[in-house]
Design a protein around this ligand. Sequence first.
Ligand code: HEM
Length: 439
Amino acid sequence: MAPAEKAEPIPLGRLPRDYRTNMGPAMARCFADFGPVFRVHGLAGDYLFLIGPEANRMVLHTHREAFSTAIGWGEVLGLGEHLGHGLLSMDGPVHADHRRMMSPAFAMGHLGQDLGVMQRVAAERVADWAARGTVDVFEEARGLTFAIAAETLAGLEPGAEVEAFSSQYAQLLDLWNAVPAQWRDEAWHARRDALRQGLRAMLLPKIQARRARPAGDALGLLVAARDREGQPLSDEQVIAHMNTLLVAGHETSTSLIAWFLYLLSVHPEHLARIRAEQETVLQGRDPASAEDYGRLKHLGWALSETERMYPPIPNGARGILQDVPFRGHLLPAGARLFYSIVGSHYLPGVWTDPERFDPDRFAPPREEDARTPYALVGFGGGPRTCLGINFAKLEIKALATHLFRHFDLEPLPDQDIRQRYEVSAAPVAGIRMRLTPRP
Ligand code: HEM
């Protein structure tokens, strides 16, 4: 916008009634009614919604310096106070510095070492599911993803130690989800502080042990790291990073796994193609290698389609640091915004028949995601793309490959299969499935 041009007021929108359980199509309707940016009255004041690849590109890439993740996730959503100041509560050079410290633990080379743990945990847990016959795959995936994150990122011992941490983090998360920020009272804060103190007491000996015995996992990298002034991180900083990694590292994957297994169980024609591809590519190799998973194209396309339809993080939060012109409007400094991940995933102008499960949209020659950069943003995008994107995809592929090879999956009848969208998104009442061994 040229300086002399007058900015158009940002339209006032209204979130449809089915917003909480049908957010993607609901946001696509908002896009049609109000455009790619609109205002909404919230209990804690107005905020903006931005929808679509153009907006995503601006927030995540071209104008990212004008948008603060620390304000969005750290302050507005309260993550900083809840978990400590990890990556999602940081901005600018400090963020870049701390991200650099942890990145080697998430590089493909290192993930190759984590794969053994992913495959062992997947095989053990799935054997237990099969022994029980029917399970809620959402609930079960939570235990599985936490165990993998805890063992690979923090070197926790499988069994009692992992379970003790898992229970403490589950309580902390439940507390966060139970009461919206504006209604949290003294009792809520006291409970939260007690849980955080408990976690601190559990993590401190782990930190001391890593200082004594270095390792290349995320915890090992953090205790050995030096910041730009050459200083080591304090215990509080290491704890905040581990809290963030262990929470971000399992809740999201849990939701995506549940939907992935469900969607393939109700689309047997796609599952059949995945199984046929497994046979050709793997030639009986069990477990597969990290490179093998990269060659399972149908598996990857089905996973991308699940990410598109049921992104575990539906919206990304930001504070606006300076005025930004966008499509004739001015996004004002001081305002808060959400870039709508799930809304962008349901725009008819971007995706063919967006409400249909259609993994082939990611295959050549269609490649609908590649045709429009920043259309698929289930893991965010740009320099702050999810740190764990490759970790999450590898663990999900390892689990699914094992399951599809050895078991048939069938959802139990009469379930309420919908997503509930909050800060993160999860099935409203889990997803119960029956497992039967394949011949
Ligand atoms: C299916 C699984 C996952 C999904 C859908 C997911 C999604 C996301 C999204 C959307 C963001 C960006 C948020 C924004 O732009 O506002 C993000 C950031 C992040 N994620 Fe993930 N995530 C997943 C798994 C993981 C795992 C396994 C880890 C770590 C073990 C992880 C760690 C992080 C961290 C540390 C950030 C902040 C990065 C930064 O600000 O530099 N995530 N994730």
